[in-house]
Ligand binder design. Structure first.
Ligand code: AGP
Length: 602
Protein backbone atom coordinates (compact mmCIF):
# COMPACT_ATOMS: atom_id res chain seq x y z
CA UNK A 1 0.00 0.00 0.00
CA UNK A 2 1.30 3.46 -0.89
CA UNK A 3 -0.19 6.94 -0.78
CA UNK A 4 -0.50 9.22 -3.81
CA UNK A 5 -1.51 12.85 -4.14
CA UNK A 6 -1.74 15.29 -7.04
CA UNK A 7 -2.40 19.01 -7.37
CA UNK A 8 -3.06 21.47 -10.20
CA UNK A 9 -4.02 25.13 -9.59
CA UNK A 10 -2.48 28.44 -8.62
CA UNK A 11 -0.71 27.42 -5.41
CA UNK A 12 2.84 26.11 -5.20
CA UNK A 13 2.22 22.43 -5.93
CA UNK A 14 5.04 21.20 -3.69
CA UNK A 15 3.46 22.76 -0.59
CA UNK A 16 0.07 21.14 -1.17
CA UNK A 17 1.69 17.81 -2.05
CA UNK A 18 3.99 17.71 0.99
CA UNK A 19 1.08 18.46 3.34
CA UNK A 20 -0.95 15.72 1.66
CA UNK A 21 1.90 13.23 1.92
CA UNK A 22 2.13 13.87 5.65
CA UNK A 23 -1.53 12.88 5.96
CA UNK A 24 -1.03 9.80 3.80
CA UNK A 25 2.04 8.59 5.64
CA UNK A 26 0.06 5.88 7.43
CA UNK A 27 -0.27 4.21 4.01
CA UNK A 28 3.47 3.78 3.62
CA UNK A 29 6.54 5.26 5.14
CA UNK A 30 9.70 3.84 3.64
CA UNK A 31 10.33 6.48 0.96
CA UNK A 32 8.88 9.67 -0.44
CA UNK A 33 8.99 11.55 -3.73
CA UNK A 34 7.49 14.50 -5.60
CA UNK A 35 7.45 15.65 -9.22
CA UNK A 36 6.40 19.15 -10.22
CA UNK A 37 6.40 20.79 -13.64
CA UNK A 38 7.16 24.31 -14.82
CA UNK A 39 7.75 25.60 -18.35
CA UNK A 40 7.89 22.12 -19.84
CA UNK A 41 10.49 20.86 -17.38
CA UNK A 42 9.97 18.18 -14.73
CA UNK A 43 11.48 18.61 -11.26
CA UNK A 44 11.82 15.34 -9.38
CA UNK A 45 13.03 14.82 -5.82
CA UNK A 46 12.77 11.50 -4.04
CA UNK A 47 14.49 9.40 -1.43
CA UNK A 48 14.32 6.91 1.42
CA UNK A 49 12.89 8.00 4.76
CA UNK A 50 9.80 9.45 6.41
CA UNK A 51 8.06 12.47 4.90
CA UNK A 52 9.69 14.84 7.43
CA UNK A 53 13.16 13.41 6.84
CA UNK A 54 12.94 13.55 3.04
CA UNK A 55 11.33 17.01 3.01
CA UNK A 56 14.22 18.35 5.06
CA UNK A 57 17.05 16.41 3.43
CA UNK A 58 16.01 17.12 -0.16
CA UNK A 59 14.28 20.43 0.40
CA UNK A 60 11.01 19.30 -1.13
CA UNK A 61 9.36 22.60 -0.32
CA UNK A 62 11.66 24.35 -2.73
CA UNK A 63 10.28 22.97 -6.00
CA UNK A 64 8.82 25.21 -8.73
CA UNK A 65 5.50 24.75 -10.50
CA UNK A 66 1.76 24.72 -9.94
CA UNK A 67 1.10 21.13 -10.88
CA UNK A 68 2.60 17.87 -9.72
CA UNK A 69 2.14 14.55 -7.98
CA UNK A 70 3.68 12.96 -4.89
CA UNK A 71 4.06 9.55 -3.32
CA UNK A 72 4.72 7.93 0.00
CA UNK A 73 5.93 4.38 -0.51
CA UNK A 74 5.46 1.04 1.13
CA UNK A 75 7.70 -1.14 -0.98
CA UNK A 76 6.26 -4.09 -2.87
CA UNK A 77 8.71 -4.62 -5.75
CA UNK A 78 12.27 -3.48 -5.16
CA UNK A 79 13.75 -2.70 -1.76
CA UNK A 80 13.25 0.77 -0.30
CA UNK A 81 16.02 2.95 -1.78
CA UNK A 82 16.31 6.32 -3.52
CA UNK A 83 16.06 4.88 -7.03
CA UNK A 84 13.03 2.72 -6.30
CA UNK A 85 11.18 5.64 -4.69
CA UNK A 86 8.48 7.18 -6.89
CA UNK A 87 8.01 9.12 -9.17
CA UNK A 88 9.30 6.84 -11.90
CA UNK A 89 9.86 8.16 -15.40
CA UNK A 90 10.23 7.03 -19.01
CA UNK A 91 13.41 7.20 -21.15
CA UNK A 92 12.63 10.68 -22.51
CA UNK A 93 12.09 12.13 -19.05
CA UNK A 94 8.80 13.67 -20.23
CA UNK A 95 6.46 11.30 -18.40
CA UNK A 96 6.62 10.90 -14.62
CA UNK A 97 4.20 8.97 -12.50
CA UNK A 98 3.42 7.67 -9.04
CA UNK A 99 1.71 4.35 -8.39
CA UNK A 100 -0.10 2.51 -5.66
CA UNK A 101 -0.70 -1.16 -6.37
CA UNK A 102 0.99 -4.16 -7.89
CA UNK A 103 1.59 -4.88 -11.57
CA UNK A 104 1.43 -8.64 -11.87
CA UNK A 105 2.80 -8.94 -15.40
CA UNK A 106 5.57 -6.35 -15.05
CA UNK A 107 8.39 -8.84 -15.65
CA UNK A 108 7.07 -9.86 -19.09
CA UNK A 109 6.33 -6.25 -20.04
CA UNK A 110 9.76 -5.12 -18.89
CA UNK A 111 11.44 -7.82 -20.96
CA UNK A 112 9.57 -6.71 -24.09
CA UNK A 113 10.36 -3.05 -23.45
CA UNK A 114 14.05 -3.74 -22.87
CA UNK A 115 14.12 -5.64 -26.17
CA UNK A 116 12.67 -2.53 -27.81
CA UNK A 117 15.53 -0.48 -26.39
CA UNK A 118 14.08 1.02 -23.20
CA UNK A 119 16.49 1.58 -20.33
CA UNK A 120 15.28 0.94 -16.80
CA UNK A 121 16.73 2.54 -13.70
CA UNK A 122 14.78 0.92 -10.88
CA UNK A 123 13.63 -2.53 -9.74
CA UNK A 124 10.04 -1.38 -9.42
CA UNK A 125 7.01 -2.70 -11.27
CA UNK A 126 5.92 0.95 -11.60
CA UNK A 127 8.65 2.05 -13.99
CA UNK A 128 7.23 -0.32 -16.61
CA UNK A 129 4.10 1.85 -16.83
CA UNK A 130 6.03 5.00 -17.78
CA UNK A 131 7.96 3.17 -20.51
CA UNK A 132 4.82 1.48 -21.76
CA UNK A 133 3.08 4.84 -22.25
CA UNK A 134 6.22 6.20 -23.93
CA UNK A 135 6.19 3.23 -26.31
CA UNK A 136 2.51 3.67 -27.19
CA UNK A 137 3.02 7.39 -27.67
CA UNK A 138 5.49 6.68 -30.48
CA UNK A 139 2.73 5.19 -32.62
CA UNK A 140 -0.33 7.14 -31.52
CA UNK A 141 0.97 10.68 -31.03
CA UNK A 142 -1.99 11.35 -28.71
CA UNK A 143 -1.10 11.08 -25.04
CA UNK A 144 -4.53 10.13 -23.74
CA UNK A 145 -4.90 7.38 -26.31
CA UNK A 146 -1.37 6.12 -25.60
CA UNK A 147 -2.14 6.11 -21.90
CA UNK A 148 -5.28 4.02 -22.40
CA UNK A 149 -3.58 1.55 -24.71
CA UNK A 150 -0.67 1.14 -22.33
CA UNK A 151 -2.79 0.68 -19.22
CA UNK A 152 -4.97 -1.93 -20.87
CA UNK A 153 -1.86 -4.10 -21.08
CA UNK A 154 -1.42 -4.11 -17.31
CA UNK A 155 -2.57 -6.94 -15.08
CA UNK A 156 -2.96 -6.15 -11.43
CA UNK A 157 -3.91 -3.20 -9.29
CA UNK A 158 -3.01 0.40 -9.89
CA UNK A 159 -3.88 3.90 -8.79
CA UNK A 160 -1.75 6.36 -10.73
CA UNK A 161 -0.98 10.06 -10.85
CA UNK A 162 0.71 11.08 -14.12
CA UNK A 163 2.44 14.25 -15.33
CA UNK A 164 3.36 14.69 -19.00
CA UNK A 165 5.39 17.71 -20.11
CA UNK A 166 3.75 17.68 -23.57
CA UNK A 167 0.38 18.70 -22.04
CA UNK A 168 1.14 21.56 -19.67
CA UNK A 169 -2.41 22.24 -18.47
CA UNK A 170 -3.42 18.84 -17.10
CA UNK A 171 -2.80 15.80 -14.93
CA UNK A 172 -4.06 12.27 -15.37
CA UNK A 173 -5.28 9.98 -12.60
CA UNK A 174 -6.24 6.32 -13.00
CA UNK A 175 -7.83 3.75 -10.76
CA UNK A 176 -8.04 -0.03 -10.86
CA UNK A 177 -8.40 -1.97 -7.60
CA UNK A 178 -6.46 0.67 -5.65
CA UNK A 179 -8.25 3.66 -4.18
CA UNK A 180 -8.33 7.10 -5.81
CA UNK A 181 -10.51 10.11 -5.16
CA UNK A 182 -10.64 13.53 -6.85
CA UNK A 183 -10.95 16.73 -4.81
CA UNK A 184 -12.89 19.44 -6.62
CA UNK A 185 -11.76 22.95 -5.75
CA UNK A 186 -12.45 26.39 -7.15
CA UNK A 187 -9.80 27.00 -9.79
CA UNK A 188 -7.77 24.09 -8.46
CA UNK A 189 -8.09 20.30 -8.41
CA UNK A 190 -6.70 17.55 -6.21
CA UNK A 191 -6.50 13.78 -6.33
CA UNK A 192 -5.32 11.33 -3.69
CA UNK A 193 -5.51 7.80 -2.34
CA UNK A 194 -7.57 9.10 0.51
CA UNK A 195 -9.67 12.19 1.29
CA UNK A 196 -7.61 13.55 4.27
CA UNK A 197 -4.75 14.34 1.90
CA UNK A 198 -6.67 17.37 0.55
CA UNK A 199 -9.54 17.83 3.00
CA UNK A 200 -8.00 21.08 4.21
CA UNK A 201 -8.73 22.62 0.77
CA UNK A 202 -11.98 21.02 -0.35
CA UNK A 203 -14.64 18.62 0.86
CA UNK A 204 -16.17 18.11 -2.58
CA UNK A 205 -15.06 14.75 -3.90
CA UNK A 206 -15.54 12.33 -6.77
CA UNK A 207 -14.71 8.68 -6.14
CA UNK A 208 -13.25 6.90 -9.13
CA UNK A 209 -14.31 3.31 -9.80
CA UNK A 210 -12.19 0.48 -11.18
CA UNK A 211 -10.93 0.93 -14.74
CA UNK A 212 -11.69 4.64 -14.78
CA UNK A 213 -9.37 7.55 -15.35
CA UNK A 214 -9.67 11.28 -14.86
CA UNK A 215 -8.31 14.13 -16.95
CA UNK A 216 -7.95 17.10 -14.67
CA UNK A 217 -7.11 20.75 -15.39
CA UNK A 218 -7.24 23.52 -12.81
CA UNK A 219 -10.79 24.44 -13.84
CA UNK A 220 -12.23 21.16 -15.08
CA UNK A 221 -12.36 17.43 -14.58
CA UNK A 222 -13.74 14.55 -16.57
CA UNK A 223 -13.86 10.83 -15.79
CA UNK A 224 -13.72 8.23 -18.56
CA UNK A 225 -13.69 4.45 -19.00
CA UNK A 226 -10.25 3.02 -19.58
CA UNK A 227 -11.48 0.39 -22.06
CA UNK A 228 -13.39 2.75 -24.35
CA UNK A 229 -12.37 6.31 -23.52
CA UNK A 230 -16.08 7.14 -23.11
CA UNK A 231 -17.08 9.74 -20.54
CA UNK A 232 -18.69 8.51 -17.32
CA UNK A 233 -21.18 10.56 -15.36
CA UNK A 234 -19.96 10.95 -11.78
CA UNK A 235 -21.59 12.42 -8.71
CA UNK A 236 -19.78 15.09 -6.70
CA UNK A 237 -20.15 14.17 -3.04
CA UNK A 238 -19.69 16.43 -0.03
CA UNK A 239 -17.68 14.92 2.81
CA UNK A 240 -18.54 16.00 6.33
CA UNK A 241 -15.74 14.17 8.17
CA UNK A 242 -13.35 15.87 10.53
CA UNK A 243 -9.69 15.52 9.58
CA UNK A 244 -9.12 12.92 12.29
CA UNK A 245 -12.06 10.83 11.07
CA UNK A 246 -10.82 11.16 7.53
CA UNK A 247 -7.37 9.78 8.37
CA UNK A 248 -9.08 6.60 9.38
CA UNK A 249 -11.27 6.86 6.26
CA UNK A 250 -14.26 7.63 8.46
CA UNK A 251 -13.68 4.62 10.76
CA UNK A 252 -13.34 5.33 14.48
CA UNK A 253 -10.25 3.12 14.79
CA UNK A 254 -7.46 1.86 12.56
CA UNK A 255 -8.31 -1.71 13.56
CA UNK A 256 -11.83 -1.44 12.14
CA UNK A 257 -10.50 0.26 9.03
CA UNK A 258 -7.98 -2.55 8.58
CA UNK A 259 -10.68 -5.21 9.05
CA UNK A 260 -12.67 -3.48 6.31
CA UNK A 261 -9.61 -3.26 4.05
CA UNK A 262 -9.43 -7.04 3.88
CA UNK A 263 -11.27 -7.57 0.58
CA UNK A 264 -8.85 -5.21 -1.16
CA UNK A 265 -5.62 -6.43 0.42
CA UNK A 266 -6.63 -10.04 -0.14
CA UNK A 267 -6.93 -9.23 -3.84
CA UNK A 268 -3.47 -7.62 -3.67
CA UNK A 269 -2.02 -10.68 -1.93
CA UNK A 270 -3.46 -12.95 -4.62
CA UNK A 271 -2.36 -10.70 -7.52
CA UNK A 272 1.01 -10.02 -5.95
CA UNK A 273 1.90 -13.69 -5.64
CA UNK A 274 0.22 -15.09 -8.73
CA UNK A 275 3.46 -15.27 -10.68
CA UNK A 276 6.12 -15.86 -8.02
CA UNK A 277 4.39 -18.68 -6.20
CA UNK A 278 5.22 -21.29 -8.85
CA UNK A 279 8.97 -20.66 -8.66
CA UNK A 280 8.94 -20.78 -4.88
CA UNK A 281 6.89 -23.98 -4.86
CA UNK A 282 9.38 -25.59 -7.24
CA UNK A 283 12.33 -24.57 -5.11
CA UNK A 284 10.93 -26.09 -1.95
CA UNK A 285 9.01 -29.07 -3.37
CA UNK A 286 11.62 -31.69 -2.55
CA UNK A 287 12.07 -30.92 1.13
CA UNK A 288 10.41 -33.45 3.37
CA UNK A 289 11.68 -32.12 6.70
CA UNK A 290 9.67 -28.93 7.05
CA UNK A 291 9.39 -26.62 10.06
CA UNK A 292 7.10 -23.60 10.27
CA UNK A 293 8.00 -20.99 12.89
CA UNK A 294 6.16 -17.84 13.98
CA UNK A 295 4.71 -16.01 16.97
CA UNK A 296 1.23 -14.83 17.99
CA UNK A 297 -1.20 -14.37 15.16
CA UNK A 298 1.45 -15.40 12.64
CA UNK A 299 1.77 -18.64 14.62
CA UNK A 300 -1.93 -19.26 14.06
CA UNK A 301 -1.36 -18.71 10.35
CA UNK A 302 1.49 -21.24 10.63
CA UNK A 303 -0.86 -23.78 12.19
CA UNK A 304 -3.36 -23.25 9.38
CA UNK A 305 -0.45 -23.66 6.94
CA UNK A 306 0.26 -27.06 8.46
CA UNK A 307 -3.27 -28.28 7.64
CA UNK A 308 -3.03 -26.83 4.13
CA UNK A 309 0.29 -28.54 3.43
CA UNK A 310 -0.92 -31.81 4.91
CA UNK A 311 -4.17 -31.90 3.00
CA UNK A 312 -2.97 -30.67 -0.37
CA UNK A 313 0.76 -31.32 -0.66
CA UNK A 314 0.82 -34.38 1.62
CA UNK A 315 3.67 -32.83 3.61
CA UNK A 316 3.69 -33.04 7.39
CA UNK A 317 5.39 -29.94 8.74
CA UNK A 318 6.32 -29.38 12.36
CA UNK A 319 4.89 -26.07 13.54
CA UNK A 320 6.69 -24.48 16.44
CA UNK A 321 6.35 -21.23 18.31
CA UNK A 322 9.61 -19.54 17.31
CA UNK A 323 10.59 -18.87 20.93
CA UNK A 324 10.59 -22.61 21.61
CA UNK A 325 12.05 -23.73 18.31
CA UNK A 326 15.70 -22.98 19.02
CA UNK A 327 15.77 -24.93 22.23
CA UNK A 328 14.02 -28.01 20.92
CA UNK A 329 15.07 -28.46 17.31
CA UNK A 330 18.67 -27.28 17.07
CA UNK A 331 20.00 -30.83 16.68
CA UNK A 332 17.34 -31.80 14.17
CA UNK A 333 17.81 -29.05 11.60
CA UNK A 334 20.24 -29.64 8.76
CA UNK A 335 20.76 -28.86 5.09
CA UNK A 336 17.85 -31.15 4.23
CA UNK A 337 15.46 -28.99 6.22
CA UNK A 338 13.13 -26.27 5.04
CA UNK A 339 12.18 -23.63 7.61
CA UNK A 340 9.20 -21.43 6.76
CA UNK A 341 9.09 -18.30 8.93
CA UNK A 342 5.89 -16.26 9.05
CA UNK A 343 6.08 -12.70 10.36
CA UNK A 344 4.10 -9.58 9.57
CA UNK A 345 6.74 -7.14 10.71
CA UNK A 346 9.76 -9.19 9.70
CA UNK A 347 11.35 -7.92 12.91
CA UNK A 348 10.01 -10.23 15.66
CA UNK A 349 13.07 -11.18 17.71
CA UNK A 350 12.07 -14.80 18.40
CA UNK A 351 11.26 -15.48 14.77
CA UNK A 352 14.49 -13.87 13.57
CA UNK A 353 16.47 -15.94 16.07
CA UNK A 354 14.84 -19.13 14.78
CA UNK A 355 15.60 -18.11 11.20
CA UNK A 356 19.25 -17.37 12.00
CA UNK A 357 19.61 -20.75 13.67
CA UNK A 358 18.10 -22.42 10.62
CA UNK A 359 20.57 -20.61 8.34
CA UNK A 360 23.50 -21.55 10.56
CA UNK A 361 22.52 -25.19 10.30
CA UNK A 362 22.35 -25.00 6.52
CA UNK A 363 18.56 -25.17 6.15
CA UNK A 364 16.66 -23.46 3.34
CA UNK A 365 14.65 -20.54 4.76
CA UNK A 366 11.44 -19.21 3.22
CA UNK A 367 9.92 -16.09 4.83
CA UNK A 368 6.30 -14.98 4.49
CA UNK A 369 6.45 -11.31 5.39
CA UNK A 370 4.47 -8.10 5.12
CA UNK A 371 7.16 -5.44 5.50
CA UNK A 372 9.38 -5.29 2.43
CA UNK A 373 13.09 -5.05 3.18
CA UNK A 374 12.60 -6.03 6.85
CA UNK A 375 15.24 -8.14 8.61
CA UNK A 376 13.42 -11.42 7.95
CA UNK A 377 13.63 -10.82 4.20
CA UNK A 378 17.36 -10.24 4.49
CA UNK A 379 17.95 -13.48 6.38
CA UNK A 380 15.70 -15.65 4.19
CA UNK A 381 16.72 -17.41 1.00
CA UNK A 382 13.26 -16.87 -0.42
CA UNK A 383 10.50 -14.41 0.46
CA UNK A 384 6.80 -14.26 -0.27
CA UNK A 385 5.10 -10.96 0.53
CA UNK A 386 1.60 -10.64 1.92
CA UNK A 387 1.01 -7.19 0.32
CA UNK A 388 -1.33 -6.08 3.12
CA UNK A 389 0.11 -2.58 3.43
CA UNK A 390 1.01 -1.01 6.76
CA UNK A 391 -1.00 -2.26 9.71
CA UNK A 392 -1.32 0.40 12.39
CA UNK A 393 -3.62 -1.38 14.86
CA UNK A 394 -1.61 -3.57 17.25
CA UNK A 395 -4.04 -6.45 16.75
CA UNK A 396 -3.18 -8.20 13.50
CA UNK A 397 -6.19 -8.55 11.18
CA UNK A 398 -5.55 -7.94 7.49
CA UNK A 399 -2.00 -9.24 7.79
CA UNK A 400 -3.37 -12.55 9.14
CA UNK A 401 -5.87 -13.14 6.34
CA UNK A 402 -3.27 -12.24 3.70
CA UNK A 403 -0.81 -14.68 5.32
CA UNK A 404 -3.52 -17.33 4.96
CA UNK A 405 -4.07 -16.39 1.32
CA UNK A 406 -0.34 -16.79 0.58
CA UNK A 407 -0.18 -20.12 2.43
CA UNK A 408 -3.21 -21.39 0.52
CA UNK A 409 -1.61 -20.42 -2.78
CA UNK A 410 1.64 -22.07 -1.75
CA UNK A 411 -0.07 -25.32 -0.73
CA UNK A 412 -2.03 -25.43 -4.00
CA UNK A 413 1.08 -24.82 -6.08
CA UNK A 414 3.10 -27.38 -4.12
CA UNK A 415 0.35 -29.95 -4.62
CA UNK A 416 0.42 -29.19 -8.35
CA UNK A 417 4.21 -29.49 -8.55
CA UNK A 418 4.21 -32.76 -6.61
CA UNK A 419 1.07 -34.18 -8.21
CA UNK A 420 -0.47 -34.84 -4.80
CA UNK A 421 -3.97 -33.56 -5.61
CA UNK A 422 -6.33 -33.66 -8.58
CA UNK A 423 -5.73 -30.74 -10.93
CA UNK A 424 -9.50 -30.18 -11.10
CA UNK A 425 -9.70 -29.72 -7.35
CA UNK A 426 -6.69 -27.37 -7.36
CA UNK A 427 -8.32 -25.25 -10.08
CA UNK A 428 -11.57 -25.12 -8.08
CA UNK A 429 -9.62 -24.02 -5.03
CA UNK A 430 -7.83 -21.30 -7.00
CA UNK A 431 -11.12 -20.01 -8.36
CA UNK A 432 -12.64 -20.24 -4.90
CA UNK A 433 -9.74 -18.30 -3.41
CA UNK A 434 -10.22 -15.56 -5.99
CA UNK A 435 -13.84 -15.26 -4.84
CA UNK A 436 -12.91 -15.08 -1.16
CA UNK A 437 -12.34 -11.27 -1.16
CA UNK A 438 -15.94 -10.81 -2.36
CA UNK A 439 -17.21 -13.20 0.30
CA UNK A 440 -15.30 -11.23 2.94
CA UNK A 441 -16.93 -8.07 1.60
CA UNK A 442 -20.32 -9.66 2.30
CA UNK A 443 -19.29 -10.79 5.79
CA UNK A 444 -18.34 -7.23 6.70
CA UNK A 445 -22.08 -6.44 6.58
CA UNK A 446 -22.32 -8.45 9.82
CA UNK A 447 -20.54 -5.70 11.71
CA UNK A 448 -23.73 -4.17 13.12
CA UNK A 449 -25.36 -7.48 14.19
CA UNK A 450 -22.04 -8.41 15.80
CA UNK A 451 -22.00 -5.09 17.65
CA UNK A 452 -25.47 -5.92 18.98
CA UNK A 453 -24.23 -9.35 20.05
CA UNK A 454 -21.27 -7.68 21.77
CA UNK A 455 -23.71 -5.47 23.73
CA UNK A 456 -25.28 -8.66 25.06
CA UNK A 457 -21.94 -10.28 25.92
CA UNK A 458 -19.84 -7.37 27.10
CA UNK A 459 -19.91 -8.23 30.79
CA UNK A 460 -18.94 -11.87 30.40
CA UNK A 461 -15.72 -12.95 32.10
CA UNK A 462 -14.75 -16.00 30.05
CA UNK A 463 -15.14 -17.06 26.44
CA UNK A 464 -14.36 -20.39 24.81
CA UNK A 465 -13.61 -20.78 21.10
CA UNK A 466 -13.81 -24.28 19.69
CA UNK A 467 -12.91 -25.64 16.27
CA UNK A 468 -11.56 -28.74 14.62
CA UNK A 469 -9.11 -29.53 11.86
CA UNK A 470 -8.25 -26.67 9.57
CA UNK A 471 -10.47 -24.35 11.65
CA UNK A 472 -8.88 -25.11 14.99
CA UNK A 473 -6.34 -22.29 14.40
CA UNK A 474 -9.32 -20.00 13.63
CA UNK A 475 -10.60 -20.73 17.14
CA UNK A 476 -7.16 -19.96 18.61
CA UNK A 477 -6.91 -16.71 16.68
CA UNK A 478 -10.47 -15.67 17.61
CA UNK A 479 -9.58 -16.14 21.27
CA UNK A 480 -6.30 -14.22 20.91
CA UNK A 481 -8.09 -11.27 19.28
CA UNK A 482 -10.55 -11.13 22.14
CA UNK A 483 -7.90 -11.36 24.86
CA UNK A 484 -5.56 -8.76 23.50
CA UNK A 485 -8.03 -5.93 22.93
CA UNK A 486 -11.04 -6.58 25.19
CA UNK A 487 -9.03 -8.00 28.15
CA UNK A 488 -11.64 -10.74 28.57
CA UNK A 489 -10.23 -14.16 29.36
CA UNK A 490 -10.63 -16.40 26.33
CA UNK A 491 -9.50 -19.90 25.49
CA UNK A 492 -9.24 -21.40 22.05
CA UNK A 493 -9.18 -25.17 21.93
CA UNK A 494 -9.95 -28.17 19.81
CA UNK A 495 -13.60 -29.05 20.25
CA UNK A 496 -12.58 -32.61 21.06
CA UNK A 497 -10.56 -31.37 24.06
CA UNK A 498 -13.58 -29.72 25.62
CA UNK A 499 -14.72 -32.77 27.55
CA UNK A 500 -11.20 -33.57 28.74
CA UNK A 501 -11.23 -30.76 31.28
CA UNK A 502 -12.40 -27.33 30.10
CA UNK A 503 -16.04 -28.48 30.13
CA UNK A 504 -15.84 -28.12 33.92
CA UNK A 505 -15.72 -24.34 33.38
CA UNK A 506 -18.89 -24.21 31.30
CA UNK A 507 -21.89 -23.00 33.24
CA UNK A 508 -25.01 -20.96 32.56
CA UNK A 509 -24.49 -18.25 29.97
CA UNK A 510 -20.77 -18.85 29.28
CA UNK A 511 -20.19 -17.93 25.62
CA UNK A 512 -18.85 -20.79 23.49
CA UNK A 513 -17.96 -19.71 19.96
CA UNK A 514 -18.07 -22.73 17.63
CA UNK A 515 -16.36 -22.59 14.25
CA UNK A 516 -18.34 -25.20 12.34
CA UNK A 517 -18.18 -25.07 8.55
CA UNK A 518 -19.46 -28.01 6.56
CA UNK A 519 -16.69 -30.53 6.19
CA UNK A 520 -14.97 -33.57 7.61
CA UNK A 521 -15.64 -32.80 11.24
CA UNK A 522 -19.02 -31.08 11.08
CA UNK A 523 -20.97 -33.90 12.76
CA UNK A 524 -18.43 -34.11 15.55
CA UNK A 525 -18.72 -30.35 16.05
CA UNK A 526 -22.48 -30.70 16.46
CA UNK A 527 -21.84 -33.24 19.22
CA UNK A 528 -19.44 -30.88 20.99
CA UNK A 529 -21.93 -28.04 20.73
CA UNK A 530 -24.56 -30.22 22.38
CA UNK A 531 -22.13 -31.02 25.22
CA UNK A 532 -21.59 -27.33 25.85
CA UNK A 533 -25.29 -26.51 25.57
CA UNK A 534 -26.18 -29.21 28.07
CA UNK A 535 -24.04 -27.28 30.60
CA UNK A 536 -25.85 -24.01 29.89
CA UNK A 537 -23.39 -22.44 27.40
CA UNK A 538 -24.54 -19.63 25.13
CA UNK A 539 -23.45 -21.13 21.79
CA UNK A 540 -22.47 -18.73 19.06
CA UNK A 541 -21.98 -20.83 15.94
CA UNK A 542 -20.36 -19.87 12.66
CA UNK A 543 -21.34 -22.01 9.72
CA UNK A 544 -23.68 -22.52 6.81
CA UNK A 545 -25.79 -25.52 7.79
CA UNK A 546 -29.42 -25.42 8.91
CA UNK A 547 -28.72 -28.10 11.52
CA UNK A 548 -26.16 -25.78 13.05
CA UNK A 549 -28.62 -22.92 13.06
CA UNK A 550 -31.10 -25.09 14.96
CA UNK A 551 -28.70 -26.03 17.76
CA UNK A 552 -27.07 -22.63 18.27
CA UNK A 553 -28.26 -19.75 20.44
CA UNK A 554 -26.74 -17.22 18.06
CA UNK A 555 -26.10 -18.28 14.48
CA UNK A 556 -23.62 -16.41 12.30
CA UNK A 557 -24.37 -17.38 8.73
CA UNK A 558 -21.26 -17.89 6.63
CA UNK A 559 -20.91 -18.64 2.93
CA UNK A 560 -20.79 -22.33 2.07
CA UNK A 561 -17.37 -23.05 0.59
CA UNK A 562 -14.68 -25.71 0.41
CA UNK A 563 -13.41 -26.35 3.93
CA UNK A 564 -9.84 -25.63 2.77
CA UNK A 565 -10.85 -22.01 2.10
CA UNK A 566 -12.83 -21.39 5.30
CA UNK A 567 -10.04 -20.02 7.56
CA UNK A 568 -9.98 -16.62 5.78
CA UNK A 569 -13.68 -15.71 5.84
CA UNK A 570 -14.38 -17.37 9.20
CA UNK A 571 -11.94 -15.23 11.16
CA UNK A 572 -13.56 -11.98 9.99
CA UNK A 573 -16.67 -12.11 12.27
CA UNK A 574 -14.38 -13.00 15.18
CA UNK A 575 -12.22 -9.94 14.50
CA UNK A 576 -15.38 -7.80 14.44
CA UNK A 577 -16.76 -9.36 17.62
CA UNK A 578 -13.48 -8.73 19.47
CA UNK A 579 -13.37 -5.17 18.15
CA UNK A 580 -16.91 -4.30 19.27
CA UNK A 581 -16.41 -5.93 22.68
CA UNK A 582 -13.22 -3.91 23.18
CA UNK A 583 -14.91 -0.64 22.25
CA UNK A 584 -18.01 -1.34 24.38
CA UNK A 585 -15.76 -2.04 27.35
CA UNK A 586 -14.11 1.34 26.89
CA UNK A 587 -10.77 0.10 25.52
CA UNK A 588 -8.76 1.58 22.67
CA UNK A 589 -8.44 -1.41 20.31
CA UNK A 590 -5.61 0.24 18.39
CA UNK A 591 -3.37 0.40 21.44
CA UNK A 592 -4.02 -2.51 23.79
CA UNK A 593 -2.33 -2.28 27.18
CA UNK A 594 1.08 -3.94 27.63
CA UNK A 595 1.42 -4.82 23.95
CA UNK A 596 3.61 -3.51 21.12
CA UNK A 597 3.08 -3.84 17.39
CA UNK A 598 6.48 -5.33 16.87
CA UNK A 599 8.14 -7.43 19.60
CA UNK A 600 11.84 -6.93 19.03
CA UNK A 601 13.10 -8.51 22.25
CA UNK A 602 13.12 -12.21 23.02
C1 AGP B 1 -1.43 -10.17 17.03
O1 AGP B 1 -2.63 -9.51 17.09
C2 AGP B 1 -0.35 -9.67 17.87
N1 AGP B 1 -0.24 -8.29 17.90
C3 AGP B 1 0.93 -10.49 17.91
O2 AGP B 1 0.56 -11.76 18.35
C4 AGP B 1 1.77 -10.66 16.62
O3 AGP B 1 1.07 -11.44 15.70
C5 AGP B 1 3.13 -11.30 16.99
O4 AGP B 1 3.82 -10.45 17.85
C6 AGP B 1 3.96 -11.64 15.79
O5 AGP B 1 4.30 -10.52 15.04
P1 AGP B 1 4.93 -10.65 13.60
O6 AGP B 1 3.90 -11.27 12.73
O7 AGP B 1 5.24 -9.23 13.22
O8 AGP B 1 6.13 -11.49 13.70
Amino acid sequence: MCGIIGYIGERRACEVIVKGLKRLEYRGYDSVGVVTEENGKLYIKKGVGSVDEVVERLNLLDMPGNRGVGHTRWATHGVPNDINAHPQKDCTGKIALVHNGIIENFAELKKELVEKGHTFESDTDTEVIAHLIEEELKSSGNFEEALRKALLKLKGSFALGIVYTGEPDRLYFVRNESPLVLGIGDGEMFAASDVPAFLEYTNKVVFLDDMEYAVVTKDSWVVKRLETGEEVEKEVKTIDWTLEMAEKAGFPHFMLKEIFEQPRVLRDAIHGNAKVIRDVAREIANYSKIFIVAMGTSYHAALTGKYLLQRLAKKVPIVEDASEFRYEFEDLIDENSLVIAITQSGETADTLAAMKLAKRKGAKVLAIVNVVGSMATRIADLTLYTHAGPEIGVAATKTYTTQLAVLTMLAIELARTLGTAEEEHLKELEEGLRRVPDLVEGILNLSEPLRELAEELKDKQNFFYIGRGIDLPTALEGALKLKEISYIHAEGLSAGELKHGPLALIEDGVPVVAIAPNGRTFDKMLGNIEEAKARGAHVIALGSSERLEEVSDTFIRMPDLDEILTPIPYIVPLQLLAYHLAVLRGNDPDKPRNLAKSVTVE
